[in-house]
Ligand binder design. Structure first.
Ligand SMILES: *Cc1c(COP(=O)(O)O)cnc(C)c1O
Length: 422
């Protein structure tokens, strides 16, 4: 980072501080991860200098000899890893990827049906504040009040009542595996397209720790930076018959030139994901989540659906006499970073909801296993029981740092050369 340091000491200092934060905190935000040094290098490469609007062999500017190969590598690796007929790796992020799907198949005012935002759906699945809710007739399905799970008969009834053009499956905060076969059945009954947004669990699918939506969905969207552990970016995977519509919707539909440095980093991440080491990682993410869930329930925490079968869990703190925001703030001071989150049928406001969301992709990347998860559960329980105890928070933060230094995070190993205890 010598050049950043010379030219812009302010930004250099901030990057260094963020490196330290990521190195020394137990990061349980379910959508975050640590990319490898290789992914960081590709992201920071001179590929950022190139313009390449269009697709390989059909670009608008010259000089694509190398970029075409980069993009084709990313596409072919994604096709192989996910058994997809067609892949577009150009979306800038998950939100534009979803918007591109809507542009490909919908006219303004058409009906979409997705999971309600306060029940774990994503903004881009039709929330009123999002373009997906403003420009389309966005209908939603909710979780079952008693089980906290999806009720497929209710989804079916809603689909028959509103007749969506696109039925959306996928979430940002649902701790259970989706029944893609049932979603397919429902979509067929109402002649809807089935779109699965696997942004959160794509890494588990890649690693064989979660069923794949590919055999069932017409279109699958995904971010590349969550459990898949790549750079910030996204992909759209679809059946061959939709290839043209999807490609046209991404470019020139909603985007200009792709971020070629990101494309290269996606290719690297996909290569990493197609290894036994990554399959072991994905399995460990799920085991760690299950272990943390069990340990927290044993300490009296209320988990939505009484557990998890993916990488995340949602906790309702109502019985602990603390709001989600208060808990997440205290935990952050104690070196454990997560986010407050609405729970199904939450009585509190979205900015200070009743719950917290926890996920294991990042801590698993740094080598935390079952034993560390049990330690983390004890740390969380103590802080939630006594969030105003500043000594406890400081002590827990020191414990978090120690635990983290014993398990250096990918991409941040160089920090270890600094003397410990500084
Ligand atoms: C994170 C997420 C997205 C959006 O990704 P961004 O890259 O933040 O735009 C879309 N869908 C789901 C389900 C997500 O969890």
């Amino acid at each position: 980072m010598q050049h950043v340091k010379d030219i812009d000491p302010e930004i250099h200092s901030l990057i260094k501080q963020e490196e330290e934060r990521q190195a020394d905190k137990i990061r349980l935000i379910a959508s975050e991860n640590y990319v490898s040094r290789a992914v960081l290098e590709a992201t920071g490469s001179v590929l950022t200098n190139k313009y390449s609007e269009g697709y390989a062999g059909r670009r608008y500017y010259e000089g694509q000899q190398i970029i075409d190969q980069v993009e084709n590598l990313a596409i072919n690796r994604a096709k192989k890893l996910f058994a997809a007929e067609h892949v577009n790796v150009q979306p800038y992020s998950g939100s534009p990827a979803n918007l591109a799907v809507y542009l490909a198949f919908l006219n303004p005012g058409d009906t979409i049906l997705g999971m309600a935002l306060p029940h774990g759906g994503h903004l881009t699945h039709g929330a009123q504040v999002s373009i997906s809710g403003r420009y389309f007739n966005a209908q939603s399905y909710q979780l079952d009040r008693h089980t906290g799970r999806l009720n497929y008969e209710q989804i079916r009834a809603t689909a028959h009542a509103v007749r969506p053009k696109i039925l959306i499956a996928g979430h940002s905060a649902y701790p259970r595996i989706l029944d893609f076969r049932l979603f397919r059945e429902i979509a067929d009954e109402v002649q809807a397209l089935l779109m699965v947004d696997m942004a959160h669990f794509a890494g588990l699918v890649a690693g064989g720790a979660h069923p794949s939506p590919l055999p069932y969905a017409d279109v699958v969207t995904s971010t590349t930076h969550k459990s898949l552990r790549g750079p910030r970016g996204a992909m759209i995977l679809c059946r061959a018959e939709h290839a043209q519509a999807i490609d046209k919707a991404v470019f020139p539909g909603i985007q200009g030139g792709p971020h070629d440095n990101t494309t290269a980093a996606i290719a690297v991440a996909l290569k990493e994901a197609d290894t036994q080491a990554f399959r072991d990682y994905a399995a460990q993410v799920v085991r760690n989540a299950a272990t943390l869930a069990e340990a927290l329930m044993a300490k009296g925490f209320t988990l939505i659906t009484d557990g998890t079968d993916n990488h995340l869990m949602l906790i309702d703190l109502s019985n602990k006499g603390i709001s989600g925001k208060m808990a997440s703030r205290a935990l952050d001071q104690a070196g454990i970073v997560l986010n407050s989150n609405a729970v199904p049928f939450d009585q509190r406001k979205p900015f200070d909801p009743s719950g917290i969301r926890l996920g294991t992709p990042a801590v698993t990347s740094r080598g935390f296993k079952e034993e560390e998860m049990r330690t983390v559960s004890e740390m969380i329980a103590k802080v939630v029981d006594d969030p105003g105890n500043h000594q406890l928070l400081a002590r827990t933060a020191a414990q978090a740092r120690e635990l983290c230094r014993a398990h250096p995070a990918p991409g941040l190993e160089h920090l270890l050369q600094v003397a410990p205890g500084d």
